[in-house]
Design a protein around this ligand. Sequence first.
Ligand SMILES: NC(=O)c1ccc[n+]([C@@H]2O[C@H](COP(=O)([O-])OP(=O)(O)OC[C@H]3O[C@@H](n4cnc5c(N)ncnc54)[C@H](OP(=O)(O)O)[C@@H]3O)[C@@H](O)[C@H]2O)c1
Length: 267
Amino acid sequence: MPGTIGFIGCGNMGHAIVHGAITHRVIDPSAISIVEKSAGRREWAESQGCAALTDVADLQPVDQLVLAVKPQSFPEVADELGRLDHPCIVTSVMAGIRSSRIREALGEHARVIRTMPNTPAMIGHGVAGVAMGDGSREGDELLARELLDSIGTTIMVDESMMDVVTAVSGSGPAYVYLLAEAWEKAAIELGLEQSDARHFVQQTIRGASAMMLENDIEPSELRAAVTSKGGTTAAALDVMIQRDIPGIVKDAIEAAADRGRELAGDS
Ligand SMILES: NC(=O)c1ccc[n+]([C@@H]2O[C@H](COP(=O)([O-])OP(=O)(O)OC[C@H]3O[C@@H](n4cnc5c(N)ncnc54)[C@H](OP(=O)(O)O)[C@@H]3O)[C@@H](O)[C@H]2O)c1
């Protein structure tokens, strides 16, 4: 067991992480304190056997802290926490806040680990990048990995790659949803019932994803296997390639990474 843990923020991400941690017995609920503004979420925390607090100032010293508030709430949370007076592993799930900034605010006792999960974590299918941050030592990343592995998978990356991870997988679910919206609309316009169209699209995305995961086959190889010359798939792919979908995807992901750097104050 990793000692005592304080979660600051228990919204979408915080809730997914705490729920996964308790369900998979990564942490005993009695070791968890949750600071959360919303009364409903504090009630949920208490129902799980965790301590629930309204104010950061009321948090007793803990061995590890998980910062799961929106990036714009960080200055307020940092002010409330002040400089830590004992060694503490601080795991951040906040997008675009460098570990150096977190350590600068919380002081030299903070050993910072950065993570970038994504929303499928809420149903146990997330993927998260984990990076060693300022002041961290080997082993400090273990709890973050255990927590995030309980609701998906994790990959260790250098902190300099976190904006790229954010652009690829943090924002990634939205790219699939946009595609699904357009795909479903086209299916309805061609005459399918809305509920049937939705199911065909959902199940096709799930099946294609499972095919890639199951056999670890190159996507280009799987694509070739369903594309016969002069056939229906080829007709669709011709349009997509003519309209440069690969180039659009590249530009979009680059734009997300640039925006991440901009928000972090790098440019
Ligand atoms: N959602 C995603 O797709 C995603 C993916 C990867 C990473 N992240 C990162 O995860 C972090 C959390 O995102 P989220 O979607 O979980 O946000 P969220 O649902 O808004 O959760 C944040 C929670 O923290 C509470 N809070 C704010 N200030 C607080 C304070 N001073 N003390 C205690 N609680 C406080 C908020 O309460 P109020 O609502 O009352 O302010 C809210 O319940 C963000 O930094 C984001 O960058 C999110």
